[in-house]
Design a protein around this ligand. Structure first.
Ligand code: ADP
Ligand code: NI
Length: 211
């Protein structure tokens, strides 16, 4: 097996049972999309594949240690060279969204493809489904008109929210289209973004009994 195939088997095993929207099929979609972007942007497909496959295996939501470092060590154990392991480490350490007021810093083209693919999976129909799956897994309300969205200016504040799920659209999902790097992802995001706006407009109409 190649190292990419080994990483796919490993990620599938680790995330098969995950119930908050980071299951194996999230990895499958991010991996396929990241490779599509890599192809369109001329990025290295091995780096992109490995970072996409491993990006959530040691996510902060269930892994208390340094997830990027865990990925680096796993790759070295599999025989990856230092440059490859360090590049994947760099990507995984910076891939996550950390709040509306926290700027992204992704210095490699490969990282930009993976980050864009991860973010495309957080918007559109699948993004909506994942967001309510996550909210449900935490026992959150769907919506509370009395609780306004917050623009978090630190990862700590963003991580510790217990706000209703609809707030997450304003705190993350609707902001993502303007935080993408590649032209390919921006094109794909436009329709997904419009679909979320349509969903929200229906949601409020139904909430008030107007539709
Ligand atoms: P990233 O992929 O950028 O690391 P996260 O791991 O924070 O993003 O989020 C993964 C999934 O969980 C996404 O679909 C995201 O929208 C959803 N999610 C994260 N935080 C919340 C929240 N507070 N409410 C609802 N959904 C959330
Ligand atoms: Ni992800």
């Amino acid at each position: 097996m190649t190292i990419v195939e080994t990483a796919a088997v490993f990620a599938r095993e680790k995330l098969e049972q995950e119930g908050s929207g980071h299951d194996w099929w999230h990895i499958y979609r991010v991996h396929s999309m990241a490779l599509r972007l890599a192809n369109e942007e001329g990025a290295d497909s091995t780096v992109v594949s490995l970072a996409a496959l491993l990006h959530d295996v040691w996510d902060h939501k269930w892994y208390a240690g340094d997830g990027a470092e865990a990925a680096r060590e796993w790759l070295l154990q599999q025989g990856a060279d230092d440059a490859l392991a360090n590049h994947v480490h760099l990507i995984i350490s910076r891939v996550s969204y950390k709040g509306a007021g926290v700027a992204d810093d992704m210095p490699s083209l490969e990282g930009r493809c993976v980050q864009d693919a991860d973010r495309l999976d957080a918007i559109g129909a699948i993004g909506i489904a994942r967001t309510f799956a996550y909210g449900g897994s935490k026992g959150r309300l769907l919506y509370d008109p009395a609780v306004p969205p917050e623009m978090h200016d630190s990862f700590e504040a963003y991580k510790s929210t217990t706000a209703p799920t609809l707030n997450h659209f304003y705190e993350k999902l609707l902001l993502l289209k303007d935080r993408l790097h590649t032209d390919s992802a921006k094109r794909i995001a436009a329709e997904r973004h419009a679909f979320m706006e349509q969903f929200l407009s229906r949601f409020y109409d139904e909430w008030d009994g107007a539709a």
